[in-house]
Design a protein around this ligand. Structure first.
Ligand code: NAD
Length: 395
């Protein structure tokens, strides 16, 4: 099959196995080129196939030499349809890691379900033993609740009043004004059910009950704060409510993990191009401007650089875990530097169709987006016939 990007409504419906493998290889090479980290030896990564979760798995395995179990929800290839990028990424990770010596196991299924939790627990009991790190990196638009069977959809909406913002269609390069009506109470509640801390809690409860968390184990979930420019749609919106819930959950989990001297953290990460973030209105414009400013100042990072720094300087810092006054790890520290935020806000105010190609890093944004699906990777022959089946052993 010859695989080309198929894009509709800022989503890409095809992925390239060779390109995804190259992307994973580049991330592994980056970590291998860095100093080793005295950190996790056995890690469970929930949401391990793309974005921040994939980077968390790679840094655990290659930065710390850990055995890893990755849980994700990805699509297999079918006749005339490629697998999703996360499946190719995970196949590539498994291929490289087995040659390099760490153990790894991958579970493809709905992490919100009791069934996948049970499968993971049985696997850990049989193959890995207790884990010392649990990363929770799920981004999902919906969740079927394991107790009620009801499926909840999250909403990306402001709260209280309508939000009108500049927006950028990063595929066409066209700017527009977008207005989003405020969420009602039910939409807020449902977004918290999908993206808040309940499922993270269910995972930690299940692992504690099965005695599969090692002494001093750490769990970390990812959050975002971002600029005041996107507050109405992000931090003060429905998704922000879910993130507040996730952040509160960290304290509850630390309490539950007291007997094993464990700790739960939320890490606030940098805004980056991932499948999840490109779907949020105003975010592609903000990130394109942010990349321009951060690249000029040599402060730009991708998921893999962020997570390497998270493990090395924050989670496994020999002086203890570094947090802000609210107990959160802040690897968005460079993004949030006042001088960076000021420059981005100035550029935002003057962004138009005519100047967006020069004042922002629109090309970099687009390239990162294509790379999520294995396209636009150097050294890949995209005219070659490739087998779309992902070669991965799944549990
Ligand atoms: P992503 O879309 O790249 O990855 C999401 C992962 O979740 C994938 O591995 C996917 O398979 C998995 N997943 C989704 N639904 C699942 C399910 N039901 N069962 C099992 N796995 C499932 O997203 P990302 O941007 O890396 O986001 C990960 C976390 O990081 C999120 O909490 C997000 O809010 C946070 N974060 C993202 C950014 C950003 O700019 N991208 C910034 C800060 C924090």
């Amino acid at each position: 099959m010859i695989i080309k990007p198929m894009i509709r409504s800022n989503m890409c419906f095809t992925s390239h196995p060779d390109g995804c493998e190259k992307n994973v290889k580049e991330q592994i090479e980056y970590v291998k080129s860095k100093q080793k980290i005295e950190g996790t030896k056995k890690a469970l990564i929930i949401g391990a196939s793309t974005g921040y979760g994939l980077a968390s798995r790679i840094v655990a395995a290659y930065g710390c030499g850990a055995d890893t179990v990755g849980v994700f929800f990805e699509r297999n290839a079918e006749e005339n349809r490629t697998a999703s990028a996360g499946l190719y990424n995970s196949a590539a990770f498994e291929k490289f890691v087995s040659a390099d010596g760490s153990k790894s196991f991958s579970i493809n299924g709905d992490a919100f379900s009791d069934e996948v939790k049970e499968k993971t627990i049985n696997l850990l009991k049989k193959e890995i033993g207790k884990v010392d790190l649990v990363v929770y990196s799920i981004a999902s638009p919906k969740r079927t609740h394991p107790k009620t069977g009801e499926t909840y959809a999250s909403a990306l909406k402001p709260i209280g009043k309508k939000y009108t913002t500049k927006a950028l269609n990063f595929i066409t390069g066209k700017m527009s004004d977008v207005s989003i009506e405020p969420a009602n109470e039910e939409e807020i509640e449902k977004t918290v059910i999908v993206m808040g801390g309940e499922d993270w809690t269910m995972w930690i409860d299940a692992l504690l009950k099965a005695d599969l968390l090692a002494k001093d184990a750490v769990t970390v979930a990812y959050s975002y704060v971002g600029p005041t420019l996107t507050f109405p749609i992000y931090r003060d919106g429905t998704i922000g409510r879910a993130k507040e819930d996730l952040e509160k959950t960290a304290f509850l989990l630390s309490d539950k993990m007291k007997n094993i001297n464990g700790k739960a953290y939320v890490s606030v990460n940098k805004g980056l191009v991932t499948q999840a973030s490109s779907a949020i209105p105003a975010v592609p414009l903000y990130i394109s401007l942010l990349f321009k400013v951060m690249k000029e100042k040599n402060l730009h990072e991708d998921c893999i650089h962020q997570i390497y720094r998270l493990y090395k300087d924050f989670l496994y810092n020999k002086d203890g875990v570094k947090t802000d006054s609210e107990g959160r790890i802040r690897i968005d520290d460079w993004e949030m530097k006042p001088e960076i935020q000021k420059e981005v806000a100035d550029l935002w105010a003057k962004a138009t169709d005519e100047n967006i190609g020069t004042i922002s890093d629109l090309d970099g944004y687009r390239k990162d987006f294509y790379r999520l699906f294995g396209f636009e990777m150097d050294g890949i022959d995209y005219t070659k016939d490739v087998d779309p089946q992902a070669k991965i052993k799944l549990i």
